[in-house]
Write a protein that binds this ligand. Structure first.
Ligand SMILES: [Zn+2]
Length: 182
Protein backbone atom coordinates (compact mmCIF):
# COMPACT_ATOMS: atom_id res chain seq x y z
CA UNK A 1 0.00 0.00 0.00
CA UNK A 2 3.00 2.25 0.29
CA UNK A 3 1.71 3.64 3.52
CA UNK A 4 3.98 5.61 5.70
CA UNK A 5 3.57 7.55 8.87
CA UNK A 6 5.13 10.95 8.79
CA UNK A 7 6.58 12.67 11.80
CA UNK A 8 3.47 14.84 11.91
CA UNK A 9 1.22 11.79 12.00
CA UNK A 10 3.30 10.15 14.66
CA UNK A 11 2.76 13.20 16.81
CA UNK A 12 -0.94 13.17 16.07
CA UNK A 13 -1.28 9.49 16.82
CA UNK A 14 0.74 9.90 19.95
CA UNK A 15 -1.68 12.53 21.13
CA UNK A 16 -4.64 10.28 20.37
CA UNK A 17 -3.04 7.44 22.29
CA UNK A 18 -2.62 9.69 25.27
CA UNK A 19 -6.35 10.17 25.61
CA UNK A 20 -6.66 6.89 27.42
CA UNK A 21 -6.92 3.24 26.65
CA UNK A 22 -9.51 0.55 26.93
CA UNK A 23 -9.02 -3.14 26.46
CA UNK A 24 -9.48 -4.42 22.98
CA UNK A 25 -8.86 -1.40 20.84
CA UNK A 26 -5.58 -0.33 22.39
CA UNK A 27 -3.60 -1.59 19.49
CA UNK A 28 -5.69 0.45 17.09
CA UNK A 29 -4.98 3.74 18.73
CA UNK A 30 -1.37 4.00 17.71
CA UNK A 31 -0.53 1.74 14.82
CA UNK A 32 2.27 4.03 13.77
CA UNK A 33 4.16 3.74 17.01
CA UNK A 34 4.76 0.03 16.79
CA UNK A 35 5.26 -0.16 13.08
CA UNK A 36 8.38 -2.18 12.54
CA UNK A 37 10.24 -3.50 9.59
CA UNK A 38 8.93 -6.88 8.58
CA UNK A 39 11.13 -9.86 7.93
CA UNK A 40 13.21 -9.62 4.78
CA UNK A 41 11.27 -10.78 1.77
CA UNK A 42 12.82 -13.31 -0.57
CA UNK A 43 13.72 -11.75 -3.87
CA UNK A 44 11.51 -12.77 -6.74
CA UNK A 45 14.29 -14.01 -8.92
CA UNK A 46 12.05 -15.86 -11.32
CA UNK A 47 8.99 -13.89 -12.35
CA UNK A 48 7.49 -16.94 -14.04
CA UNK A 49 7.00 -18.48 -10.60
CA UNK A 50 4.66 -15.70 -9.52
CA UNK A 51 0.95 -16.48 -9.74
CA UNK A 52 -1.06 -14.53 -12.29
CA UNK A 53 -2.99 -12.83 -9.51
CA UNK A 54 0.07 -11.64 -7.61
CA UNK A 55 -0.03 -8.29 -5.91
CA UNK A 56 2.29 -6.89 -8.53
CA UNK A 57 -0.48 -7.20 -11.10
CA UNK A 58 -3.36 -5.99 -8.96
CA UNK A 59 -4.94 -2.62 -9.59
CA UNK A 60 -7.72 -1.03 -7.62
CA UNK A 61 -10.75 -0.21 -9.70
CA UNK A 62 -10.66 3.43 -8.58
CA UNK A 63 -7.28 5.09 -9.04
CA UNK A 64 -6.59 8.71 -8.14
CA UNK A 65 -3.48 10.82 -8.09
CA UNK A 66 -2.20 11.96 -4.75
CA UNK A 67 -3.16 15.49 -5.75
CA UNK A 68 -6.72 14.34 -6.41
CA UNK A 69 -6.94 12.53 -3.08
CA UNK A 70 -5.76 15.60 -1.22
CA UNK A 71 -8.32 17.75 -3.02
CA UNK A 72 -11.16 15.39 -2.13
CA UNK A 73 -10.34 14.75 1.49
CA UNK A 74 -9.71 16.88 4.52
CA UNK A 75 -6.27 16.59 6.05
CA UNK A 76 -7.56 14.28 8.79
CA UNK A 77 -9.46 12.12 6.31
CA UNK A 78 -6.36 11.88 4.13
CA UNK A 79 -4.34 10.70 7.13
CA UNK A 80 -6.85 7.92 7.82
CA UNK A 81 -7.75 6.81 4.31
CA UNK A 82 -4.46 7.25 2.50
CA UNK A 83 -1.83 6.94 5.22
CA UNK A 84 -3.43 4.31 7.44
CA UNK A 85 -3.87 6.62 10.40
CA UNK A 86 -6.40 6.22 13.18
CA UNK A 87 -8.73 9.01 14.28
CA UNK A 88 -8.93 9.89 17.98
CA UNK A 89 -11.54 7.86 19.80
CA UNK A 90 -14.97 9.48 20.12
CA UNK A 91 -14.08 11.97 17.41
CA UNK A 92 -16.72 10.76 14.94
CA UNK A 93 -20.46 11.27 15.46
CA UNK A 94 -20.96 8.00 13.57
CA UNK A 95 -19.71 6.08 16.60
CA UNK A 96 -23.08 6.65 18.26
CA UNK A 97 -25.22 6.78 15.10
CA UNK A 98 -28.29 4.53 15.50
CA UNK A 99 -30.41 5.33 12.43
CA UNK A 100 -30.94 2.75 9.70
CA UNK A 101 -28.92 3.34 6.58
CA UNK A 102 -25.77 2.64 4.62
CA UNK A 103 -22.15 3.45 5.33
CA UNK A 104 -20.09 4.07 2.20
CA UNK A 105 -16.38 4.54 1.61
CA UNK A 106 -15.51 8.22 1.70
CA UNK A 107 -12.91 7.62 -0.98
CA UNK A 108 -15.21 6.22 -3.68
CA UNK A 109 -18.77 5.91 -2.29
CA UNK A 110 -18.79 2.12 -2.46
CA UNK A 111 -21.35 0.88 0.12
CA UNK A 112 -19.28 -0.93 2.74
CA UNK A 113 -21.49 -1.50 5.79
CA UNK A 114 -25.16 -1.70 6.64
CA UNK A 115 -26.58 -0.28 9.85
CA UNK A 116 -28.06 -3.74 10.43
CA UNK A 117 -24.52 -4.97 11.18
CA UNK A 118 -23.53 -1.99 13.35
CA UNK A 119 -22.92 -2.37 17.04
CA UNK A 120 -22.12 0.35 19.52
CA UNK A 121 -19.21 -0.34 21.82
CA UNK A 122 -17.70 2.02 24.38
CA UNK A 123 -14.26 2.20 22.73
CA UNK A 124 -15.25 5.20 20.66
CA UNK A 125 -14.93 4.07 17.05
CA UNK A 126 -17.51 2.70 14.59
CA UNK A 127 -18.07 -1.05 14.90
CA UNK A 128 -19.65 -3.57 12.56
CA UNK A 129 -19.99 -7.34 12.69
CA UNK A 130 -19.72 -7.77 8.92
CA UNK A 131 -19.29 -5.73 5.76
CA UNK A 132 -21.35 -6.04 2.61
CA UNK A 133 -20.21 -8.89 0.42
CA UNK A 134 -17.19 -8.06 -1.72
CA UNK A 135 -16.65 -4.65 -0.11
CA UNK A 136 -13.59 -5.03 2.12
CA UNK A 137 -10.10 -6.29 1.39
CA UNK A 138 -7.88 -7.16 4.29
CA UNK A 139 -4.18 -6.88 4.78
CA UNK A 140 -1.80 -7.50 7.63
CA UNK A 141 0.41 -4.72 8.88
CA UNK A 142 2.58 -5.13 11.97
CA UNK A 143 0.43 -8.00 13.17
CA UNK A 144 -2.85 -6.15 12.77
CA UNK A 145 -5.57 -7.00 10.28
CA UNK A 146 -6.38 -3.89 8.31
CA UNK A 147 -9.66 -3.29 6.49
CA UNK A 148 -9.47 -1.53 3.12
CA UNK A 149 -12.08 -0.57 0.57
CA UNK A 150 -11.83 -3.12 -2.22
CA UNK A 151 -12.62 -0.52 -4.88
CA UNK A 152 -10.25 2.34 -4.09
CA UNK A 153 -7.93 0.77 -1.53
CA UNK A 154 -8.58 3.37 1.13
CA UNK A 155 -7.78 2.32 4.67
CA UNK A 156 -10.94 2.08 6.76
CA UNK A 157 -9.81 0.59 10.06
CA UNK A 158 -9.03 -2.80 11.53
CA UNK A 159 -10.63 -6.17 12.22
CA UNK A 160 -9.93 -7.23 15.75
CA UNK A 161 -11.31 -8.70 18.94
CA UNK A 162 -13.27 -6.36 21.16
CA UNK A 163 -15.04 -7.70 24.21
CA UNK A 164 -14.48 -11.25 22.93
CA UNK A 165 -16.12 -10.67 19.57
CA UNK A 166 -14.41 -10.20 16.22
CA UNK A 167 -15.54 -6.88 14.77
CA UNK A 168 -14.60 -4.31 12.20
CA UNK A 169 -13.27 -1.32 14.17
CA UNK A 170 -13.67 1.52 11.68
CA UNK A 171 -12.75 5.19 11.56
CA UNK A 172 -15.93 7.22 11.17
CA UNK A 173 -13.98 9.75 9.12
CA UNK A 174 -13.50 7.06 6.45
CA UNK A 175 -17.25 6.65 5.96
CA UNK A 176 -20.20 8.58 4.59
CA UNK A 177 -23.50 7.63 6.22
CA UNK A 178 -26.79 7.89 4.34
CA UNK A 179 -29.92 7.26 6.41
CA UNK A 180 -32.67 5.25 4.75
CA UNK A 181 -35.24 7.54 3.21
CA UNK A 182 -32.93 10.52 2.83
ZN1 LIG B 1 -13.38 3.21 -1.61
Amino acid sequence: MGKHVSRRNLLKLGTAAGLGSLAGCDQVAFPGLSRAEGPPQPAATDASELPATSASGFRYEVQRSDEDWRARLTEDEYTVLREGGTEPRNSSPLATETRNGTYACKGCELPIYSSSQKIILPQGWVFFRHSYENAVLTGIDSGQIEAHCRRCGSHLGHILSVQKQIVHCINGSALNFTPIGS
